[in-house]
Design a protein around this ligand. Structure first.
Ligand code: SF4
Length: 331
């Protein structure tokens, strides 16, 4: 994957967590590998191109958000119109990820109408928040850095007017029981509930994980778009539970208090690291986590930089010992 140095924009010149806050994505990168966080935050180095699963997730989230926001009577035609417009825009802009975006829109055309059939009662909910940003001010958290996050949705069921549920959607090719079991423990659950509790008047304590499986079928040679959409929809219709699953996690008042403490402890540690990186840039703790170099979306985008020694000053390029060396002793 190519890397590019971002042109320094006024906001990018210096990452200022005291003003800009820290979000879940930054905390996750920092927990995964300090060097990854350092390159992203302080060196302004980002991925030149987003990984395909992230593009798919972005498009899927945008389409869902628009449907929940507009609450149309005929969701299928609204989706078809939105997807048509989105495709026109993608073709006009001619982005470098055009192919992935068009394929994703085709996939969503097949997937989302069945999703809305499966969860038709979603349209009876009161969607009080859609793609809504939450902030826990630093003083409320007892640290010096505010925490920010964005929830996909917050809804109220007609028969439970006093209870807000947070919805978080995941588009995934696959998931395991282990993944499902880990959702309740993840930073996202604790930090989102803590943030919602601290900043929304409704004080929610429950979160619904909305898992949507991305179909792995691809358009065949000679197949029309309509035939492809019908084939994918037939597959989804015959095994909806395979494609769509939801799980609810509830936090008690004591869990929420512990979640807030956990967030406070993490942000305090993050702040100490930030101060070290910025006050003593030559002496920062170059903590590479080699276990994280091969991630769920493929190799880390900084792998070439790290192995070549650009970051750490020593090279870790592996020399292949292929069959030409088979009859030579190892040395
Ligand atoms: S390549 Fe590995 S060590 Fe380097 S930033 Fe990525 S995860 Fe960290």
């Amino acid at each position: 994957m190519r890397l590019r140095i971002k042109a320094p924009s006024p906001a990018q010149v210096r990452y200022d967590p005291y003003r800009m806050g820290v979000n879940q994505s930054t905390l996750t990168a920092w927990l995964t590998c300090r060097e990854k966080a350092r390159l992203r935050l302080y060196e302004g180095i980002e991925k030149a191109q987003k990984a395909k699963p992230l593009i798919q997730g972005d498009i899927g989230h945008k389409l869902l958000a628009q449907c929940y926001r507009e609450n149309p009577k005929d969701v299928a035609s609204c989706l078809s119109e939105m997807i048509g417009q989105a495709e026109d825009n993608v073709l006009k802009t001619g982005s470098t990820t055009m192919q992935e975006e068009i394929e994703t829109l085709q996939m969503m055309e097949a997937l989302l109408p069945v999703y809305f059939e499966q969860y038709k009662l979603d349209m009876c909910m009161h969607w009080r928040y859609v793609e809504h940003s939450l902030v826990i001010p630093a003083c409320k958290l007892g640290v010096s850095i505010p925490y920010i996050c964005q929830i996909d949705g917050g809804f109220i069921a007609p028969d439970k007017p006093d209870r807000l549920l947070i919805l978080e959607t995941k588009f995934k090719a696959n998931w395991t029981q282990g993944y499902i079991d880990s959702l309740g423990l993840g930073l996202q659950t604790v930090s989102y509930i803590a943030a919602a509790h601290a900043s929304l008047p409704e004080k929610p304590s429950q979160m619904v994980y909305n898992l949507i499986r991305k179909p792995q079928l691809r358009i065949k040679k000679g197949e029309t778009r309509k035939q492809f959409v019908t084939r994918v929809q037939d597959d989804i219709q015959t095994r909806r539970d395979f494609y769509f699953q939801r799980y609810k996690v509830s936090l008690s008042p004591s869990d929420i208090s512990k979640a807030t403490q956990r967030l406070r402890a993490l942000i305090s540690e993050f702040e100490a690291w930030h101060r070290k990186c910025t006050l003593f840039p030559g002496e920062q703790d170059l903590c590479l986590n080699g276990e994280a170099c091969s991630g769920k979306y493929g190799p880390c985008p900084y792998l070439e930089r790290c192995t070549s020694g650009t970051s750490v000053g020593y090279s870790r390029v592996l020399h292949p010992l292929n069959s030409a060396y088979a009859d030579q002793p190892l040395q």
